[in-house]
Design a protein. Structure first.
Length: 421
C-alpha cells in the first residue's frame, strides 16, 4: 500500500492565536516577542511586508511598530500550548495516526484513505481547523515526511495554491522541486547548503538527483536519507508515541540583572521548581543537576560565565532535592561584582522514575515524596501554576522575565475568560 503523509501547521501560529480572540487584529500587522520582550519571534504577513525580520531586537523596531500601528505582544505560552492541543484534537477526528512535531506542526498518516480525493480531504481539514479553533493553516501532502514538509513550505510561499500542495505524484515533484532552493529542504542547514553548492547542487531537484552514496560521503547518513525521501522512498517513520526525553532544561534571561547571591538562589530555586514539574509530568527522574549563569556579551560590563554539575544521592524528581542541588551549584560558581543576565539548570541522562535504583539507605521517604509532590502538582493544575511554590523561589522576584504585553490566557484561566458584550 502506498504511503501518504500530511504536514499541517498554523500560519504565523503565535500571532494567529492572538487574532482568534481579538477581531481588531485581523487586518493589522502583529508580532509576538520572545522572553523578556526581546526579539520578534512571530510575524504576520503584514508585519513581514514592513521589513520586520525574524529575531530582530524589539528596541530596533519599536519606532517602526509605533509609526505603522503594529500590534506587539509578549509570548503567551500557556495560550499557545492550549490552542496547539485543540488543533491536534481536530486532527485526530480525521486520523488517529498523528505525530506532534512541534507546537504548531503535526504529521498525519493518511495512508488508509486510498481512493479518496486527498486534496479535497486537505481542504476539509483546513476548513474544520479554522472553524473549530480559528487558526489558519497550510497542508503539505507527500509519500514521505521530507516531501510532506517540502509541500507545506511550497503551500506557504505560493498563495495561488490556497494553502495546499500535493507532492504525492511524481509529475508534481518534477514540476515543483526545481523551483525550491536546496536550503529549504528539511534537514539541510547552512553548512550543508555550502557543501552542496560547491558541487552544483542548488535546488531540491538537484539534491534528489544526487547519487545516494555521494550524498552520504558529503552529508553523512542524513544526506543519503534525504535523497531517498525526496525520491519518494520513505526512510522516516511516524513517531506516534513520543520518545522518552533524554534531557530537560529550564533557562531564562532575567527581567533585571542579578547582582546579589540571594536573588540568584531565588532564581535557580524557581527554575528547579519548574524542572520538577516537567519531570513528574513525564514520569522521569534525574541523578544530577547542572547549573550555569553568565553576564551579557552585548554591553561593556565585565564578563563572566560558569557552570557546574551537582550529583544527587539518588535519582529524583522531588522539587526539594532539585532545589537543594541547584542552590549548591549556584553557590559554587557565584562571584560577586558581576551583573548576571541569564541562568538555568540542565538535566541529562533522564530515567523513568519507576526504574530509578533504590539505595540501601534512602535520602528521604520515596512514598511520602510522591504523595507530597502529587498534591502540589494537583493544586497548581487546579488553581494555576504558582498557586503553591517553595518559599526559596521568592515572592516578588524582581529578576523574573518580563511579559509586559502579554494577552490574557483566555482558555485556561477562569478569571481571564474573554467577555462578549
Amino acid at each position: 500500500m502506498s504511503r501518504t503523509l500530511a504536514l499541517i501547521d498554523g500560519n504565523s501560529f503565535y500571532c494567529s492565536c492572538e487574532r482568534v480572540f481579538d477581531p481588531r487584529l485581523h487586518t493589522r500587522p502583529v508580532i509576538v516577542l520572545s522572553n523578556n520582550d526581546g526579539c520578534a519571534v512571530a510575524r504576520t504577513s503584514e508585519a513581514k511586508a514592513l521589513g520586520i525580520k525574524m529575531g530582530e531586537p524589539f528596541f530596533k523596531i519599536a519606532d517602526l511598530c509605533k509609526r505603522e500601528g503594529v500590534m506587539v505582544y509578549s509570548s503567551n505560552y500557556t495560550l499557545y500550548g492550549d490552542m496547539s492541543a485543540r488543533m491536534n484534537d481536530v486532527y485526530r477526528t480525521f486520523t488517529p495516526d498523528v505525530e506532534i512535531y512541534s507546537i504548531d506542526e503535526s504529521f498525519l498518516d493518511l495512508s488508509g484513505f486510498t481512493g479518496r480525493d486527498l486534496p479535497a480531504m486537505a481542504r476539509d481539514l483546513r476548513s474544520t481547523v479554522r472553524q473549530w479553533t480559528g487558526i489558519p493553516t497550510c497542508v503539505g501532502l507527500g509519500p514521505t515526511k521530507t516531501l510532506a514538509k517540502l509541500a507545506n513550505h511550497i503551500a506557504k510561499k505560493n498563495p495561488e495554491l490556497n494553502g495546499i500542495c500535493d507532492l504525492t505524484m511524481p509529475a508534481a515533484r518534477e514540476a515543483w522541486l526545481p523551483r525550491v532552493a536546496v536550503s529549504d529542504v528539511w534537514g539541510i542547514g547552512s553548512a550543508s547548503t555550502y557543501k552542496l553548492a560547491r558541487i552544483g547542487v542548488t535546488t531540491a531537484a538537484d539534491l534528489a538527483a544526487l547519487p545516494p552514496r555521494e550524498a552520504r560521503q558529503l552529508l553523512s547518513v542524513i544526506g543519503e536519507r534525504t535523497v531517498f525521501e525526496l525520491r519518494g522512498v520513505s526512510c522516516l517513520a511516524l513517531e506516534l508515541v513520543p520518545p522518552q526525553r533524554k534531557g530537560c532544561a529550564v533557562t531564562r534571561s532575567f527581567g533585571a540583572p542579578i547582582t546579589a547571591l540571594e536573588e540568584m538562589l531565588e532564581a535557580v530555586s524557581a527554575y528547579a521548581t519548574r524542572a520538577g514539574e516537567k519531570l513528574r509530568r513525564h514520569g522521569l527522574a534525574t541523578g544530577h543537576v547542572s547549573v550555569f549563569m553568565h553576564t551579557s556579551a552585548f554591553n561593556t560590563d565585565p564578563r563572566y560565565s560558569a557552570s557546574t554539575t551537582v550529583e544527587l544521592p539518588e535519582a529524583s524528581n522531588d522539587t526539594r532535592d532539585l532545589i537543594g542541588a541547584a542552590k549548591r551549584g549556584a553557590r559554587r560558581i557565584w562571584k560577586d561584582g558581576y551583573r548576571f543576565v541569564k541562568a538555568g539548570i540542565i538535566m541529562d541522562d533522564l530515567i523513568r522514575a519507576a526504574d530509578a535504583p533504590r539505595p540501601l539507605f534512602e535520602a528521604r521517604d520515596r512514598e511520602q515524596s510522591v504523595k507530597l509532590m502529587g498534591a502540589v502538582d494537583s493544586i497548581n493544575r487546579r488553581f494555576g501554576r504558582g498557586a503553591i511554590v517553595p518559599g526559596s523561589a521568592g515572592i516578588k522576584q524582581r529578576w523574573a522575565a518580563r511579559f509586559e504585553r502579554r494577552s490574557p490566557r483566555y482558555t485556561t484561566r477562569l478569571e481571564e475568560l474573554p467577555l462578549v458584550g
